[in-house]
Structure formats: structure tokens, C-alpha cells
Design a protein around this ligand. Structure first.
Ligand code: HEM
Ligand SMILES: Nc1nc2c(c(=O)[nH]1)N[C@H]1C(S)=C(S)[C@@H](COP(=O)(O)O)O[C@H]1N2
Ligand SMILES: [Mo]
Length: 339
């Protein structure tokens, strides 16, 4: 009797630890995934995607243990099954993105499916946790045995990651040529016109003027002040391109004294889409009117769009209406656009 009870509660404890571990790695994966989108520069991006991959694979390695728990459950609810399906889609599309690369199926890229399924899973996961007994950490969880188990999981994850990367490279998969953010190359001519969420292409008249603080610049004026710069456009939907832009630096357009006194620069699209940058970045932000030696096309931001080297694509505001200086800090905005 005593042994039986002991073994059942032992199993319960093991289940609880698996659940806590699963929660930690899922939250870790979501947080590092978001971080990978937020940072544009190579080293933090490489770290964020590396740690993200490790968390993502940890989810997979915990499946056998979670299966034991699921099989013990008296009934499977639709909400829980949907959660499992969404996480499976998320992991599968993550692996697809890494090893097969960028592509579009039913107007979605693997990365869009990946982030979309994670976003749909988030409220279901929250509900799942609320519905089930709270999984509190106990002193026993910090025992030496648990630490050893966590270490074993981490070693297993690292070995799996290393194996996947090694095999991916040897097999010449898309993983070998992806950049730090995980994006895959497309040629400048094949770069898809991309919206963050819901914007529609506006068709602007040729006499469109861009308001830069107090001055209205006709498009031809901007072009005549421009030079050719090379920059990498790296979209969070999983592709990047390297192209030539006919562009003028904001440092050449903004009034020097006012710029020196300002904290941030806000670039606003005719659609209302907007991003705020530190004033110190003026020299590395550009208004572009041309792409690969040709005038910009409407879907790509004509007649004027922002070029923001070293920042992910969502910073590259298209159809610029105005550039304003302000005293608000650049971080005083949503980390991602909302439209
Ligand atoms: C919690 C749910 C998530 C899980 C379980 C998950 C899992 C994974 C997995 C297994 C991979 C493949 C890793 C590899 O083999 O190197 C991956 C890749 C990736 N995921 Fe996630 N992910 C999640 C959420 C997110 C979110 C919310 C974002 C972005 C906002 C994101 C962005 C990425 C990126 C950029 C890659 C490519 C990384 C690379 O190239 O190394 N993920 N994910
Ligand atoms: N006004 C506006 N600008 C925008 C967007 C948008 O939805 N609205 N999408 C951004 C995103 S997510 C990317 S990746 C680039 C895509 O530029 P492209 O269409 O030239 O490829 O534009 C950025 N600028
Ligand atoms: Mo993007």
C-alpha cells in the first residue's frame, strides 16, 4: 500500500516537474523569438536565434515525458488538443524555416506560420495553466537530482542542435547560408513587397512632398541630393536582400541645431504607420527615392521610403509623409508596429 502510494505521488511529482520545465522552455522560446525580431544587429541577433533554437528543441525533447502525463489524463479537451497542434505547427514551421528556407505557400511564409501559431498558442497556454492545478516550485525541485536532470536535458538539447546544424550543413540545406537573424537570401529583383500587418499600398501623386521639420521637400529635390548606398533589407518574414538605394541621409536634411537638441526622430507614413529613432541615428537613416538605379515602385514605398541599415525591415517606413524631431525617447513606442 505504502509503496503504491509512494510511486503514484512520485509519478505526480515527476509530471509536475515536466510541466514546469515545459512552461519554462515555451516562455523562453517565445521571449527569445520576440527578441530575435527586435534586435537588428548581427551579434545579439545571432545569440537570440541560437538560444531560441535551443529552447525550441527543448520543447521537442520534453515530448516523451509530457506524453506520459497526457496519457494519464481522464479526458482530452479541445482547448488542450488545439494547444498541442499549434505548438507542433510552430516547431515544424520553425524547422522548415531553418532547413528548407524562405518560400510562400497560400500567401504565407514559414516564419509567418511560425509566429502566427505561437501567437495563437499563447492565450491557449495561459488558459491551460489557469485550468490546471498551479504548478508551484517546491524545495525538492532545487535538489541535486533535479539539477542533474536539467543538465541532462540541456546536454541533450545542445547535442540535438549541434547534430541538426552539422547534418544541415553537410546536406547543403538552407540552414548553412542563413544570416544571424535566420533570414534567407532573395535577389533584389525578387524581394517581395511586404506589409507588417494591415497597410494598403497608397498611390501617391508625383508632386508629393515630404515634410522634414519645417521644410517641404519635393521628391526631385531629395533625389538630386542623393547618392547610391548599399544596404541589407532583412524582413522578419524570413528573407533578406542586398540592394542599391538612391538615398539621402537624414543628417543632411534635418536642421543641425534642432537635431542636436532633439531626443528622437519620428518617421511617419502617409498610411499612419510610424517608427521613432534615437536622434543620434540621423546619419545612418536615409530617405530613398530609387532602387537598383530605378525610381521606387508603388508597392515598395514610392515615391519616398526610409532605408534603415542594421535594423529589421519593419523600421523601413514606406510612403514617408513626414520626418519630425521630438523630445520623447525612442523607446517610448510599441516595440513592433501595430498596423
Ligand atoms: C513558444 C513557441 C515557439 C517555439 C516552440 C519555437 C520553436 C522553434 C524551433 C524548434 C526552431 C528551429 C530552431 C533550429 O533548429 O535552429 C525555431 C526557429 C525560429 N523561430 Fe521559433 N519558436 C517559438 C516562437 C517564436 C516566436 C514568437 C518568434 C518570433 C517572434 C520565433 C522566431 C524564430 C526564428 C527567427 C527562427 C529561426 C532561427 C534560426 O534561424 O536559427 N519563434 N523556433
Ligand atoms: N508604411 C509601411 N511601411 C512599411 C511596412 C508597412 O506595412 N507599412 N512594412 C515594413 C516591412 S515589415 C518590411 S520588411 C519592409 C518591406 O519593404 P519592401 O516592400 O520594399 O520589401 O517595409 C516596411 N515598411
Ligand atoms: Mo517585414
Amino acid at each position: 500500500m505504502v509503496r503504491r502510494r509512494g510511486s503514484i505521488s512520485g509519478l505526480r511529482r515527476a509530471g509536475r516537474r515536466t510541466n514546469v520545465a515545459l512552461l519554462v522552455v515555451l516562455v523562453g522560446a517565445a521571449a527569445t523569438g520576440g527578441l530575435a525580431f527586435a534586435v537588428g544587429t548581427p551579434i545579439p541577433a545571432w545569440l537570440a536565434t541560437l538560444v531560441h533554437g535551443l529552447f525550441g528543441l527543448a520543447v521537442v525533447l520534453l515530448v516523451p515525458w509530457k506524453t506520459v502525463i497526457v496519457r494519464r489524463a481522464p479526458a482530452l479537451r479541445v482547448a488542450s488538443l488545439s494547444l498541442v497542434v499549434l505548438i507542433a505547427i510552430c516547431v515544424a514551421s520553425g524547422l522548415f524555416e531553418v532547413f528548407i528556407g524562405y518560400g510562400v505557400l497560400w500567401r504565407l511564409s514559414p516564419m509567418q506560420v511560425h509566429v502566427g501559431s505561437a501567437a495563437l498558442a499563447a492565450p491557449l497556454l495561459a488558459w491551460h495553466i489557469v485550468r490546471h492545478r498551479p504548478q508551484r516550485l517546491r524545495r525538492l525541485d532545487l535538489s541535486r537530482r533535479t539539477l542533474l536532470r536539467t543538465g541532462a536535458l540541456a546536454a541533450g538539447v545542445a547535442a540535438t542542435y549541434g547534430t541538426l546544424e552539422g547534418v544541415g550543413r553537410l546536406a547543403g540545406s538552407a540552414s548553412a547560408s542563413r544570416i544571424a537573424t535566420g533570414s534567407h537570401y532573395v535577389s533584389p529583383g525578387a524581394a517581395p513587397a511586404t506589409m507588417w500587418l494591415f497597410d494598403q499600398v497608397p498611390y501617391l501623386a508625383t508632386d508629393h512632398r515630404v515634410q522634414v521639420v519645417a521644410v517641404e521637400f519635393p521628391v526631385a529635390d531629395l533625389t538630386s541630393r542623393s547618392t547610391t548606398i548599399r544596404a541589407r533589407l532583412d524582413c522578419t518574414s524570413g528573407w533578406y536582400t542586398e540592394a542599391e538605394w538612391t538615398a539621402v541621409s537624414l543628417a543632411d536634411l534635418l536642421p543641425g541645431e534642432q537635431l542636436a537638441a532633439a531626443t528622437s526622430i519620428e518617421v511617419v507614413s502617409i498610411t499612419g504607420y510610424r517608427r521613432r529613432f534615437p536622434a543620434a541615428d540621423a546619419g545612418s537613416l536615409y530617405l530613398a527615392t530609387g532602387y537598383q538605379g530605378e525610381p521606387l515602385q508603388p508597392a515598395y514605398g514610392a515615391p519616398v521610403r526610409l532605408v534603415a541599415p542594421n535594423r529589421r525591415g519593419f523600421w523601413w517606413v514606406k510612403w514617408v509623409a513626414s520626418v519630425q524631431l521630438s523630445d520623447l525617447p525612442a523607446w517610448g513606442q510599441s516595440p513592433f508596429p501595430l498596423q
